[in-house]
Design a protein around this ligand. Structure first.
Ligand SMILES: [Fe+2]
Ligand SMILES: [Fe+2]
Length: 248
């Protein structure tokens, strides 16, 4: 019997295009690797730019357009909200609050940034919209830039979502399976009451902590929505299985 294809979701973050730390040759490797993996869904959890300037977004879009997949969810990060960059984001990528549905998977992406402030905030006014947007999807994925809980090897805790407790409660009540975050430039996976909180590192910048190499995440959902594997794909090459669970 032919093996049924799993759904593949690529999660990358903090590409920081157009800043002095951006590594264009590494970005080429990342695009080539993603296209080789043939994912159905790509989620980019913010810090696309450095200063939120229009040419940075346009340059980033030229890279992102070369990623081949059915569904793309892109949310802004704190760097993208600098210098009124949230308006440039909308010009280039459209909405900052995205809902995408694909083969039983619903992805809700929110803008957790605030103008010229580094800390994250979702806001009570969005909670009902988030819960309703998930509906009764069989797999629910939430995407935002800021981290929901602290990540090891990131130094003094700061910029965490200021309403993290309420958002975590909301996500658990909404039955979210996976929350995707970035911001800290350190890849990590937590399991909180059955919900996976997956942080991506920086995909193609040299803003790495403690020599932790640039990477992105590959999430594989098994056929029938049972079972999940998460791989850390190193941008320079190589990969590591970081989670293998029989049920999602
Ligand atoms: Fe970043
Ligand atoms: Fe950030």
């Amino acid at each position: 019997m032919e093996e049924k294809r799993r759904m593949r979701i690529v999660h990358l973050s903090d590409i920081h295009v157009a800043e002095s730390h951006f590594l264009p040759e590494l970005a080429e490797k990342v695009i080539a690797k993603i296209n080789e993996l043939e994912p159905e869904i790509m989620v980019l959890t913010g810090d696309i730019t450095d200063g939120g300037y229009s040419p940075e977004f346009e340059q980033a879009k030229r890279y992102i357009d070369r990623i081949e997949c059915e569904v793309k969810v892109i949310v802004p990060g704190n760097h993208d909200a600098r210098n009124v960059g949230y308006l440039c984001f909308e010009d280039v990528f459209g909405t900052r609050m995205a809902v995408k549905r694909y083969r039983g998977v619903t992805i809700v992406g929110v803008d957790s940034s605030q103008p010229d402030v580094d800390e994250g905030h979702v806001g009570r006014d969005k909670y009902e919209w988030i819960m309703k947007s998930f509906g009764n999807a069989s797999v629910k994925i939430f995407a935002l830039h800021h981290h929901l809980i602290p990540v090891p090897n990131t130094g003094r805790e700061r910029n965490i979502l200021v309403d993290a407790g309420d958002v975590l409660d909301l996500l658990l009540k909404s039955g979210v399976n996976i929350a995707l975050c970035g911001h800290k430039h350190v890849p990590w996976v937590w399991n909180l009451n059955g919900m996976l909180i997956v942080n991506a590192g920086t995909a193609c910048s040299n803003r790495v902590k403690w020599g932790i190499p640039p990477s992105f995440n590959l999430i594989e959902l098994n056929e029938g929505d049972t079972g999940i594997q998460i791989y850390r794909i190193y941008s320079e090459g190589g990969q590591e299985l970081v989670l293998n669970q029989p049920e999602i």
